[in-house]
Design a protein around this ligand. Structure first.
Ligand code: SF4
Ligand code: SF4
Length: 429
């Protein structure tokens, strides 16, 4: 069940059952039943789309309180590169890193440093011909989950490397142990995150036996305190240790550009991503080497837990790049170190399966088709499912009835529905 931990939650008291969220969910994971939204946890990929679209703020990402850092003797902050895009006129990331120490962390380790190592490792995999093309980035956890749920045929294309966050966390721990002599259990590592999917990846890592990260704080929660400290710093520590290659991962295209290859593409926003994944399945992108996909618009700067508008943040990241070196971190050896690879394979989730046996599944599929023919095909969402096909699916699975559809209910009540009229009285078609 650990696979189904989710950070995206519903506040039932705030939900008005308006159905705005059901159509925007990319995996059809939301139903409105009894006037309230429900998330089908097996299908949710924690993309945060429903947080963005709910007009009543009924969807939220569960997160820790900053106090939990005090459970550890030594606390390390891992800022996501997108954090830097939240601040106006930033020309030196050391202001941000120093302010993080002021809010209670003993050390700060940039995730962009981990990103530079992943870029280097991916380049090596290409040089050594160890990658299946088109290779799909594994950096966005919502995309990795989307592939497991809706595109299982593409699992072999996903680059099997740990995320920059995990790699940075491992390095930060090693550095802390060396400098302080403390044990792992006394060191707390906390990610400053732009999105709920990263929170989920920490609590329930898909391709790792356990995360090196102890928790995460949303950028927008930590932003006010950080800005206040940045405005009152008397001195700034010199900590910045990554360059354009790593920091550019914050915006869509940054990871792809860092590979220094011609045949790469980047897509952002969940609808665009789904189009690209369909094209890969249809073998239309065979000539592409690498595909960077981000669930959020603009890349991580568009995450639902950021403070700033993604377009503004993207422009700020572009400006910041002028003040950075190209890169600060490289792998030491020709081979990609073993500890950069996943420790578990990516496996498909079978949430779409109708039954365990093939004959039973075929029978249910036929039932589903018959029900679908009787539904109006308007995909209006008033039944609480995102489409008529989704309602037919729910009926076959026993989670809904045909009269959840207002048109079928009207037919039944008005007596025009042939199904509900005794056979001798049914009119000829
Ligand atoms: S958008 Fe979804 S979660 Fe928000 S109030 Fe409407 S039904 Fe409830
Ligand atoms: S987080 Fe994304 S996948 Fe999960 S219920 Fe919301 S919109 Fe659907």
């Amino acid at each position: 069940m650990a696979d189904f931990f989710h950070s995206v939650r519903l506040d039932r008291d705030k939900c008005r059952g308006c159905t705005n969220c059901i159509k925007r969910c990319p995996t059809g994971a939301i139903r409105v039943r009894g006037g309230k939204a429900h998330i089908i946890k097996e299908r949710c990929i924690d993309c945060g789309e429903c947080i963005n679209v709910c007009p009543h703020h009924a969807k939220y990402a569960e997160q820790e309180s900053l106090e939990i850092i005090n459970n550890f003797k030594y606390k390390i902050a891992l800022p996501a590169p997108s954090l830097y895009g939240q601040f106006n006129n930033l020309d030196d990331v050391d202001y941000v890193l120093t302010a993080l120490k002021k809010i209670g962390f003993d050390d700060v380790f940039e995730v962009s440093k981990g990103a530079e190592l992943v870029s280097d490792a991916t380049r090596k995999l290409f040089e050594q011909g160890q990658i299946k093309t088109p290779a799909i980035s594994s950096a966005c956890p919502a995309i990795v989950r989307l592939i497991r749920v809706n595109f299982p045929n593409l699992i072999d294309h996903v680059v099997p490397l740990n995320s920059p966050m995990e790699i940075a966390a491992k390095l930060a721990r090693e550095k802390a142990k060396e400098e302080t002599g403390l044990d792992d259990k006394d060191i707390g590592v906390f990610f400053i995150t732009p999105c709920p999917a990263k929170m989920t990846a920490i609590k329930s890592p898909v391709c790792l036996n356990g995360s090196q990260v102890n928790g995460a704080f949303a950028i927008k929660e930590i932003y006010p305190a950080l800005l206040s400290h940045m405005n009152h710093l008397e001195s700034v520590d010199s900590m910045q240790d990554s360059g354009i290659i790593g920091v550019s991962w914050a915006s869509s295209g940054g990871e792809a550009n860092a590979l220094l290859r011609d045949n790469c593409l980047a897509a952002d926003g969940i609808e665009n991503v789904i189009k690209i994944l369909n094209e890969i399945e249809d073998e239309k992108l065979e000539n592409i080497d690498f595909i960077e996909l981000n669930a959020c618009t603009g890349g991580c700067v568009g995450g639902s837990l950021t403070y700033e508008n993604p377009y503004v943040a993207k422009a700020r990241m572009k400006r910041l790049r002028k003040y950075l070196p190209v890169s600060c971190t490289h792998l030491e050896n020709k081979e990609v170190p073993d500890d950069m690879y996943w420790t578990k394979s990516l496996v498909a989730t079978d949430v779409m399966k109708l039954a365990d046996s093939v004959p039973e599944a075929m029978k249910k599929m036929a039932e589903r088709q018959a029900i679908l023919k009787r539904l109006p095909g308007l995909d209006c969402g008033t039944c609480g499912a995102p489409s008529c096909a989704a309602l037919a699916d729910d009926i076959v699975r026993g989670f809904a009835t045909e009269t959840d559809c207002v048109f079928r209910l009207r037919d039944q009540l008005s007596g025009t529905d042939q199904e509900f009229i005794p056979a001798p009285y049914r009119s000829e078609k």
